[in-house]
Ligand binder design. Structure first.
Ligand code: ATP
Ligand code: MG
Length: 239
């Protein structure tokens, strides 16, 4: 299998004022094999979300390069990038970002329409996905009428609408109790195993990270550890 994602020498500086800035990424190299399941870990402020945003083409690096399935994305026009993103990547953010006025079904189906499906196709697929995620009975509920875990599953259904090759999730279990968190992880693992969907997820939860084949550890804008098979190889611990 090829690479789902490749980043080379990626830097990102947030400018806050004339001489005031934060180096959120300081030269990140990262390759992710298609079909892999990768946890991105590290303390608050270490650059995990910034990394995910750039990897998914939601933000562009100041220097370096990013390829998604072999296509260089940091130099694409906005229009082509948006098209590529909606067809190939699914995003699940902490806080869900569901539209409050729409039902679970409508929230999910909308992503399909953005991805080029007809209204009917989108509605049919959204219904199937919600059922698959155990929300068949909740399809007509609005976000405020759903539990945190249910909302998170709607966000996952929405992210899966266009059959992304890569699912990026920023703390998908962040606000959930441990039972719901385990449920969500079982579902993500299944999608990875059965559909070969590449998974990158940011997590603070060692239990969630332990389910991933690979764990990447960030610190202060750099990758300081990268390993699998039950342990994180930490550059700092060896120093
Ligand atoms: N839009 C922004 N403008 C200015 N600085 C930012 C912005 N977004 C992030 N930063 C800064 O960049 C650094 C990395 O932030 P990032 O959100 O990537 O961290 P994180 O590892 O995801 O943290 P957390 O675990 O708290 O979500 C932090 O110092 C943060 O304050
Ligand atoms: Mg973050």
């Amino acid at each position: 299998m090829g690479l789902a994602l490749q980043m080379e020498g990626v830097t990102r500086r947030y400018r806050l004022g004339a001489d005031n800035y934060v180096d959120a990424l300081r030269g990140v190299d990262l390759s992710v094999e298609a079909g892999d399941m990768v946890a991105i870990m590290g303390p608050s402020g270490s650059g995990k979300s910034t990394l995910m945003h750039i990897a998914g083409g939601l933000d562009t690096p100041d220097s370096g390069a990013v390829w998604l399935e072999g296509t260089r994305i940091d130099t694409l026009s906005d229009r082509r990038l948006t098209a590529l993103r909606s067809r190939r990547i699914g995003f699940v953010f902490q806080g869900f970002n569901l539209l409050p006025a729409l039902t679970a079904l409508e929230n999910t189906a909308l992503a399909g329409q953005y991805g080029g499906m007809s209204r009917r196709q989108a509605s049919r697929r959204a219904t199937e996905l919600l059922a698959l995620l155990g929300l068949g009975e909740r399809a007509r509920h609005r976000p405020s009428e759903l539990s945190g875990g249910e909302q998170q599953r709607v966000a996952i259904a929405r992210a899966l609408m266009n059959e992304p090759c890569l699912l990026m999730a920023d703390e998908p279990t962040g606000n959930l109790d441990s039972a719901t968190s385990a449920e969500i992880m079982t579902e993500l693992e299944r999608l990875n195993r059965e559909h070969g969907m590449t998974l990158m997820l940011v997590t603070h939860d060692p239990g969630v990270a332990a389910l991933c084949r690979r764990r990447v550890e960030m610190h202060d804008g750099s990758i300081v550890g990268d390993g699998g098979g039950g342990r994180v190889v930490s550059a700092e611990a060896d120093a």
